[in-house]
Design a protein around this ligand. Sequence first.
Ligand code: ITT
Length: 190
Amino acid sequence: KTLIVATSNPGKLRELQDYLTEIDWELQLKPKELEIEETGATFLDNACLKASQVAKTMGQWAIADDSGLAVDALGGAPGIYSARYGNTDQERIDRLLKEIGSNPNRKAQFICVIAIARPDGSIALNAKGVCQGEILIAPRGTKGFGYDPIFYVPTQQQTFAEMSPEVKHKISHRGKAFEILLPALKTLQD
Ligand code: ITT
């Protein structure tokens, strides 16, 4: 079976491919020109919207990931607007650091919802993962993508950008979502 990976984010794509090596489906990239507008009010809405529309348009199974960073001191912002918070990763990080300033409450969580749609656009599976952490005062590390350099995980004493991909995959919001999703996806294979 073929599975279309419905993302335009190269960092995210890399991670999704890593998790999906465990299954037998042939992965195919979403065509660049096929962009889905994220009109949903939740991560789940947007993940389903992206998976469903890409699946239906291509007539193939599709997987989508909607994710973001929710900062307690900012009332959960940027949340579902994490991608729209700036034009580049650098801009988004700079803006977040500016908005949180010297607020002593650094608590934040990364959230990820994965959705898988059938060729007719109906949703076959979805799963959510959350990872707790803290927003640093300045970026640390060069690995990963997006907000990784400012997201510090106390249990690892590292930012996502300082961890090896293997460690990030095990503890991240995306890793936790895949922990739930993969067994279910394997049963769908047959
Ligand atoms: P697609 O919709 O095409 O998949 P996108 O980047 O627009 O790509 P989202 O709407 O889900 O995806 O936005 C996710 C945002 O949260 C984006 O700015 C990412 O950089 C950030 N993000 C998500 N997971 C992350 C992670 O593991 N590490 C760092 N940043 C992450």
